[in-house]
Design a protein around this ligand. Structure first.
Ligand code: AKG
Ligand code: FE2
Length: 209
């Protein structure tokens, strides 16, 4: 996979960070298709709320999720068996691959975590997607549908202040190689927020499965 060697221009996405590359693309699917994808995923997926162990106690995660794709996945110390690909998710995956190809970035994805936030109280805590099975410098593509909820980033070495990235309906945020090693991200609670679904596409090398 070719590394990012230059910033994208406006047509190719909006560069939020140069190194590591953090790039946002808008209008991924196009109005009605994005609205339809949100409604279908909300309705047709079997959304799960697993309990995870944190500091010795079990809590249900404060959102719902579905693991999908070809690769078994380990997350917060638990093994997840993926759900088979849903046609809407395949269409979104292929739109991501097309958009990245237009921007000069070859990418492939065999696994996706879908997150569903019903209200502003539902959220995701600070983490990096740095599980060993993702490899040393993963490229993660995150698609947002529904309410715009900012993703908050902070540098692990505190070299610069934390910052928010808006994630409008039908946008794609590309977290390039190095993002997981150098930064953490979180989806903080918001006082007022409606339904949001995100899809974070990943590649898990077959050797790790
Ligand atoms: O919902 C979001 O925007 C964040 C999702 C995320 O960080 C993840 O799936 O690892
Ligand atoms: Fe993440």
């Amino acid at each position: 996979m070719a590394p990012f060697d230059s910033l994208f221009d406006a047509f190719h996405g909006e560069a939020l960070l140069a190194s590591p590359a953090l790039v946002r693309f808008t209008d991924l699917l196009g109005g009605p298709a994005a609205d339809d994808a949100l409604a279908r995923l909300d309705r047709e997926l079997d959304w799960q709320q697993p309990r995870l162990r944190l500091y010795g106690r079990e809590h249900p995660i404060p959102r719902r999720q579905v693991w999908m794709g070809d690769a078994r996945y380990r997350y917060s110390g638990r093994d997840f068996l993926p759900t088979p690909w849903h046609p809407t998710v395949v269409a979104i995956r292929d739109a991501v691959i097309r958009r990245l190809a237009e921007a000069g970035q070859a990418a492939r994805f065999n696994s996706v975590l879908l997150n569903r936030y019903a209200t502003g109280q539902e959220r995701m805590g600070w983490h990096s997607d740095d599980e060993p099975e993702l490899g040393p410098a993963p490229l993660i593509a995150s698609v947002s549908l529904g309410t715009d909820r900012p993703l908050r980033f902070r540098w692990k070495d505190h070299r610069a202040p934390a910052f928010n990235v808006d994630q409008p309906h039908d946008s794609l945020l590309l977290m390039g190689p190095g993002t997981q090693a150098e930064l953490e991200h979180a989806l903080p609670a918001r006082r007022h927020a409606g339904l949001r679904i995100s899809l974070t596409f990943r590649w898990i090398p077959p050797a790790a499965r």
